[in-house]
Design a protein around this ligand. Sequence first.
Ligand code: GLA
Length: 370
Amino acid sequence: MVASGIVAIFLTTRASAQTTLKDAYKVYFLIGAALNQSQFSGENTCELPLIEAQFNMIRPENVLKWSSLHPGPNHYDFTLADQYVEFGQKHGMFVVGHTLIWHNQTPDWVFQGADGNPVDRDTLLARMRDHIFTVVGRYKGRIGGWDVVNEALADNGSLRQSPWRQIIGEDYLLKAYQYAHEADPQARLYYNDYLLENGPKRAGAIALIQKLQSQGVHIAAIGLQGHYRLDSPSTKEIDDALTDFSRQGLKMTISELDVDVLPSATHSQAADINLNFKLQARWNPYTNGLPDSVQQALANRYAELFAMFLKHRDNIRSVGFWGVTDANSWLNTWPIKGRANYPLLFDRHCQPKSAFNAVIQTAPPQSRGK
Ligand code: GLA
């Protein structure tokens, strides 16, 4: 008895050490990570083996955003974007494009004429078309899915008053999806946003997508960014959102998952990258490492989240993390610069955390290691 018990423990440990995220969830959904240049260039030798082993889908953190790719009129720079796409292809990963149309990380010149005043609708539509045709066209057949529009909704579910909306009008979304579809008819087109678990914003997203669908746009999936905290949104809110979107016949992708473990400096749950608060010690409590109790709470949260994703697996296409290890997470610098955050499954030394084991163990045993 004792001997077989020991063998069983050994086998379990070996199995979980060998099982990777992508294999554990292979029959359910793709498992992705957002990458930066140090990762897809191979320069980050600590994270590279993890990326190769654990993930079968990638998103670029920044290199496909307008400001990186298209910094000036008639000036495109594809150096890093090409590297990113080649990395994904070389590893047989599903390569996502993020993002074509957003109000952030888009240079001012896009919206301005030579006199500095806002351009007219036709000029902005022509610029949008040129950008989408050039970028989507370049990666036709290689980038499998595009976040065509990112964060078009305000937190109350109305259409955000972005320069796109102000200059072109509400149909800027329709045009963006039409251009992207024309540029690569095979590419999957997504709508991506944060806080879609929140009732009014969720209702706004459903209305927006229904409208686009009635205009002939095929939205392959709605991207729920999944920038979560340990205790919010509640699993019920997430469950309700996933149920609601499924009822509309929508497929979903969890596109930017991470779990912030630090005290919140704001009551807002929004993942608005423009938020910025001053560093104070009370908001940065774990500079010497994460206490076991919080490590455990993070593992429990991840187990709960993946159980929820599995519950909705028929309608979830992929689950992607925003980053690979805690070392590179944007949550070390947002919404307060200089904090030590611990939101991902791998620690600063590229070692799996309890949260990694929790995610692996949440996958039904018969699928693990397949
Ligand atoms: C949003 C964007 C991402 C990224 C994150 C924060 O979620 O969609 O591209 O900028 O914010 O890094």
